[in-house]
Design a binder for this molecule. Structure first.
Ligand code: ADP
Length: 223
């Protein structure tokens, strides 16, 4: 779960920078699924970057999985980061590494045995329908395929917190439906999930509590 209290974020520093988030307070429980909505420029990606520990809030309190981020030491943040899965809009795959190695990366960081890693990678890649592309390099794949690899990498170790930025934008309707079912199963198992999207059709089809931003301000929290 996570809590934000009076969080602001400005690109380029809080004094002179562009305000992306202003005084946002939120409390999301373990195992909750939330849509993150708002027009382009509303601050959705900035909020996800704070939750995935890519950036630190300019001010305010951020607590993720019980860890107050500002007070945490480097080792604590590194441990916390390994419990968070993120699907980025640009997918964030390593272009010189095979699909297999990209997806295996989080498990290798946990020092799992190679046989177990191979088993897990094959299982998740079969699930996303890409078990035949394990040896490919990411740039050889289509946008939709890269997005499925990024999703596989983010969920393979059942993160405690999963944040996804437009994870269905390169998927067809059937794949998007499967992804939603997987998200709901993960949430049932205890993963807290925040999904930013512009896809009104999918929000209508899979209703869930909402976080809505406008010009960096929280305008709706929950239903
Ligand atoms: P969304 O994901 O909802 O489209 P963002 O979080 O990307 O919104 O952006 C929020 C605000 O921050 C916008 O005004 C945007 O122009 C600004 N912004 C985003 N990224 C940067 C950046 N790298 N440098 C400066 N300003 C940025």
């Amino acid at each position: 779960m996570f809590r934000l209290h009076d969080v602001s974020y400005a690109y380029g520093g809080s004094q002179t920078g562009v305000a992306a988030l202003s005084h946002v307070s939120l409390d999301v429980a373990q195992g909750e699924f939330r849509w993150l909505l708002g027009p382009s420029g509303a601050g959705k990606s900035s909020l996800l970057s704070i939750l995935s520990l890519e950036v630190q809030a300019s001010s305010g309190m951020v607590e993720i999985l019980g860890v107050p981020v500002r007070q945490a030491r480097r080792a604590g943040l590194a441990r916390l980061r390994r419990r968070i899965g993120a699907v980025k809009q640009d997918f964030g795959l390593l272009p010189d590494m095979s699909v297999f190695d990209n997806v295996a990366l989080p498990l290798r960081l946990q020092h799992r045995a190679e046989a177990e890693i191979a088993h897990e990678v094959h299982a998740i890649m079969k699930w996303v329908g890409l078990e035949h592309r394990l040896d490919a390099l990411p740039p050889q794949l289509s946008g939709g395929e890269q997005q499925r690899v990024a999703i596989a990498r983010a969920v393979i170790y059942r993160p405690a917190l999963l944040v996804a930025d437009e994870p269905t934008n390169a998927l067809d309707e059937r794949q998007a439906g499967r992804l939603m079912r997987m998200f709901h199963r993960l949430a049932e198992l205890g993963t807290t999930i925040v999904v930013a999207t512009h896809n009104d059709a999918i929000v209508a089809k899979y209703p869930a509590p909402t976080i809505e931003l406008l010009h960096g301000h929280l305008v709706r929290d929950h239903g």
